[in-house]
Write a protein that binds this ligand. Structure first.
Ligand code: 5GP
Ligand code: MN
Length: 339
């Protein structure tokens, strides 16, 4: 117990030093470019926009750029329409703040190398590519770290900032399911709620805003679901035909991967999305100590213990057996320490 406390205190001290440096760097500069990873999720959008509103509260100029558009159910959140979608950015800025990216290529945006970079991330394996780097794997969401920066800057939690911080945490904890949640997570959420966030409305907007087409797609995907290793591993497959039949786009697959985990026996899920380009996109989710990040790392991807992904070249039939084998091993390993 005392060991843990010491380690946490050391982390907190290291964190506060770099937070101070980040704040000083921000206060000395005027024009900011904010970016995050390709195929954005709630933490991506929430971290980016919370930071944007905080910087603007300080009178700074802010531009936002991402490689891909936000999934539909995030589009109504404040400021999402301000994010430029581009493969390259030549925007002038005094600093580039990159959130949620273990290396700069994760942004999917070219032309960013020349900037003074502030790197804020909670993904294991961060490459420390910035002039200032704050990496904290213990943060349940990058939004928790952004919250600390905003507080250290002395910016009050406006409704917009609180909404985006809460969005980041709500989504990156898998709606408070993942093993990365700490008392601090709830402390930040409490402050967000005090600042005007309505948790019920947030949950409905994020998780209960499916189209009828998406409900049909969920039915089709679950109907075709395969169960492996006595039902402990679930496998979902998407092909373009399913999207067409249900009148859906790729964006509509967001969140579907979490559904198999609602079955008690299922400990991990893998979702294969075969593209036309000879690549397979692989997303994984798991319960408790089943470590899907280790599987992602083996293929050059990343993420967190309970949520990770990667893209692999090849046809599904070729790449599938080895991925399944690694996942079955991860499930069996994880079950050994099951609470
Ligand atoms: P998703 O399955 O929702 O795409 O991603 C789950 C988690 O894994 C997220 O934290 C995401 O950032 C991470 N992740 C997904 N794909 C990749 C990838 O190709 N590379 C890395 N480094 N991380 C990924
Ligand atoms: Mn995140």
């Amino acid at each position: 117990m005392s060991k843990t406390t010491t380690a946490n205190q050391a982390d907190a001290a290291a964190g506060s030093d770099v937070v101070t440096s980040i704040c000083q760097a921000i206060l000395r500069r005027q024009r900011f470019l904010l970016t995050s990873h390709a195929r954005p999720d709630g933490d991506t959008i929430g971290s980016q926009l919370a930071m944007a509103y905080a910087l603007e509260a300080l009178g700074k100029q802010v531009k936002l750029v991402n490689a891909d558009a936000a999934p539909d159910h995030y589009r109504e959140f404040p400021g999402v329409d301000r994010i430029e979608i581009a493969e390259r950015s030549d925007a002038e800025a005094d600093a580039l703040i990159v959130m949620e990216c273990s290396d700069l290529s994760r942004t999917g945006v070219a032309g960013l190398d020349g900037h003074f970079i502030i790197n804020i991330d909670h993904h294991a394996g961060n490459r420390m590519y910035g002039a200032l780097n704050w990496f904290d794997e213990s943060a349940a969401a990058c939004g928790e770290m952004v919250f600390d920066v905003i507080r250290a800057l002395g910016v009050p939690l406006s409704r917009e900032i609180a909404t985006h911080i809460y969005l980041a945490i709500l989504t990156d904890t898998g709606s408070f399911h993942h093993s990365n949640i700490t008392p601090r997570t709830f402390d930040i959420c409490r402050q967000a709620v005090e600042a005007g966030v309505n948790p019920a409305a947030m949950a409905r907007r994020v998780f209960d805003s499916n189209s009828f087409g998406k409900l049909k797609l969920i039915g089709a995907l679950l109907d075709a679901m395969e169960l492996i290793d006595n039902g402990r591993l679930a496998v979902l497959y998407l092909d373009e035909g399913m999207l067409e039949t249900c009148g859906c786009t790729h964006n509509d697959t967001e969140g579907v991967i979490n559904l198999p985990l609602t079955a008690r026996e299922i400990q991990a899920v893998v979702f294969f999305k075969a593209g036309a380009t000879g690549e397979v996109r692989v997303s994984m989710r798991s319960k408790y100590d089943v470590d899907v990040r280790a599987v992602a790392n083996a293929y050059g991807g990343g993420g967190h213990k309970n949520a990770a992904g990667f893209t692999v070249a090849g046809q599904l039939a070729e790449v599938r057996p080895q991925i399944i084998e690694r996942l079955v091993t991860a499930v069996r390993e994880g079950l050994k320490s099951r609470p």
